[in-house]
Ligand binder design. Structure first.
Ligand code: AMP
Ligand code: ZN
Length: 136
């Protein structure tokens, strides 16, 4: 997909609206339209690069994206408490938009919520089973 029909290029060029939170020479950052956690910002290179596999050798764009993430995290007050910086690569990696982007997420996301829920459930179940066994 080229720049002509790319949704993130359209956001960068201000052709479609987005809540842009940070921008510099190399990178634009905006709020994800369907957030999975209280903080969910996308960090995207202003040049169209489809996937992480397509970054030219010696291109410092990932470093630029990391730098932007740090600034956004500081802005949103999660730099010290912590956040995730993740990149989905191609369909099998969960990539849906083919313009390279990193997800900056913080707060309780759905994955963490489900994992925590599963652990609590398993622990409760084990306690219940051992209590029933104890009273036999
Ligand atoms: P990925 O699955 O890594 O390709 O993530 C694509 C992300 O882009 C998803 O989290 C979408 O919610 C988000 N997204 C898609 N379209 C827009 C848009 N127009 N503005 C903001 N975020 C978007
Ligand atoms: Zn693009």
């Amino acid at each position: 997909m080229g720049t002509g029909n790319c949704i993130f290029c359209a956001i960068i060029e201000r052709k479609i609206p987005a809540k842009i939170i940070y921008e510099d020479e190399k990178v634009t950052a905006f709020w994800d339209a369907r957030p999975v956690s209280p903080v969910h910002v996308l960090i995207v290179p202003r040049n169209h690069i489809a996937t992480l596999n397509d970054i030219p050798m010696n291109d410092p764009i990932l470093s630029d994206m990391g730098h932007a993430a740090r600034i956004v995290a500081q802005k949103l007050g999660v730099a010290d408490s912590g956040y995730r910086f993740s990149i989905n690569v191609n369909r099998g990696g969960g990539q849906v938009v083919f313009h390279l982007h990193a997800h900056l997420t913080a707060g309780r996301d759905l994955g963490t919520f489900l994992i925590t829920g599963a652990i609590v459930l398993a622990t409760t179940w084990r306690k219940l089973v051992s209590r029933l066994r104890g009273t036999r």
